[in-house]
Every structure is written in structure tokens, then in C-alpha cells.
Design a protein around this ligand. Sequence first.
Ligand code: SF4
Length: 327
Amino acid sequence: VTFVAKQSFLKELLMKEQPLVRAVDGVNVTIKKGEILSLVGESGSGKTTLGKAILNLVDIADGEILFQNQVVNFHHKQEVRRFRQKAQVIFQDPYQSLNPKSLIIDIVAEPLEVNRLIKTEAERNERVMKALHDAGLDPPERYLYRYPYELSGGQRQRVAIASALILNPEFIVADEPVSMLDVSIRTGILKLLVELKESKGLTFLFITHDLSLAWLISDRIAIMYLGKIMEIGESDTVIKQAVHPYTQALLEVMPIPEVNRHRQRKVLSGETPNPTNIPAGCRFHPRCPHAFDRCREEEPVLQAARSNHLAACHLIEKETSQENSHD
Ligand code: SF4
């Protein structure tokens, strides 16, 4: 999946009276088949809006989505329907995302019915049971005729995963899927996502504010700040060899002992600026301990820090030119 929002933005009106917000601005990101790409950022970074934009759940003012190398034409009903079958979403809150008045069998079967994909009751039951089994709810028969309130938070999130799996998707956006769950059951859900990636070759965009979770499960990590990707690369590289000062600041406060053992903890100073009033130049410059004159005037673009590792920071060129002048 490739998402491109050139020099443009996604419209997101928070409230009618509020000005237009550039929730995602000039982002170009490709998610490779069979990988988990984590999108990490603080609240207000635009990560959820980007996830919704990829699924066309918010208006894109300018830009496009390519799925399996084809531009998805969101004006073409059939094409949208096909895309929606292949691209699913798991939301953050399993307490809100399931209809409390519906039985689990009906909740999980709903996408099949909406898309008119089943002919018989037996086929419907079989598909629901398979999806529940794939989501780790065993034996499935035990869950079919229960209501969401009869299940734990972890079981509800597994029901949400089953309803995302029932159409045999190829790509899933998982938006903070464990942040509402007890710490004790988070690992089980994360393990399930990794197993689904490996057993079914599924591709995930995993949205989280927690860098340590991202490191645990993803192949690559992208760091977002105020609607832009600041750094992207293989998980180990981004965590152990972060080049962007924002990523470094996030690492300072993350509970990752192997990474932080030798670091002195520093808390990121200042607040995230208001997205209606993005700072000129590098949008991170008001909080960046390394900012210099150029940062206040010129917006950095993503550039190679090393192979398969990009960051949007003027320090990369500054350090390269300093190294060259020493040669
Ligand atoms: Fe800091 Fe400048 Fe790099 Fe922005 S471009 S992160 S302000 S050093």
C-alpha cells in the first residue's frame, strides 16, 4: 500500500468553527506486503488520521492511495467495495466498536452480509467459526451466542479482529489495538497480530504512541510529528541508531532498558504546537535541542541517513559536510 499526500493535506475539521487542520501534510509512505509497519507519534501527530486516510475514512484534499500498485479510484463504487474487502481496520476501543445488542455471531457475520458474500446459513456459521478460531477464540461455539458485555476486554478485541478477518483481507490498519486493554492481556493480542502476519501473510499498519510496543512487533517503524514523517526505517535501526532529535527524545522517555541503559533521562521540553499554527522551517525546531538557523527557515525533507533509513533533519547534511571537510 502506498499513500501519497503531496504538498497537500487532509482536511479535518475538528469543529465547524475551527480552522482547517493539516492533520497529515506531504506524507509519502509505502507499506510492504507481509510487513508490520508501525506508525508512532504523540497524540495530535496525525497518525490516526493517516490510518483513516489510507482506508479513505476521511476526506483527502489532495493525494492518492495505491493498493497493489494500482491507484484506488474512490469515485468508482465497485473498486471501493473491492478495496474495502481487502483492507480492514481494528479500532482502539473494543468496548465501543461492538454493537452491545448484537450476538457475537451476528457481529462477526455482518461484513459478509453487507457485501452479500454468503448464500446459506451453514456457510455463514462456518465462516464465523473459522474467523473466531483464527482470532484465538476457541472453541468458537462457546462465543457464538453471547453478547459483548459477557466477554472480557481481550475477548472483545479478538471478536473485533475476527470481524476484520472474515473477509480474508490482505491489509489491516490496527489503530492502538491494545491501548485500552489491561497490560496482562496486551501481549496475547500483539502475539496474535504477529501470528496472523506470519500464517496468512497479512500486512499491517500498526498505529501506536508506544515506541516499545512498536519495536516489539514491527518490521519497520515510522515516526510522525505534527502531520509529517520524521524518521522511517527498520525497527532495530530506528530504535538503536535513531538520527532524528524527535525520535531520540521519544526514546529518552520510553521504558526500553537495553536502549536507555547508558542515557540520562531527559523529558522533551515544550508542548506539541497547535496543528492550526505549524512552525515555519522544521516543525520540530521550537522543541529541538540541536536547532540552528537553517532549521527556522527551511523545512527538511526525508533523506537517507543510511541504507533503508530516512530522516527529515538538516543535521544529516550538516554532519556529512563536516565529515567531508575533515577528509
Ligand atoms: Fe532539530 Fe533542525 Fe533537525 Fe529539525 S532540522 S530536528 S530543528 S536539527
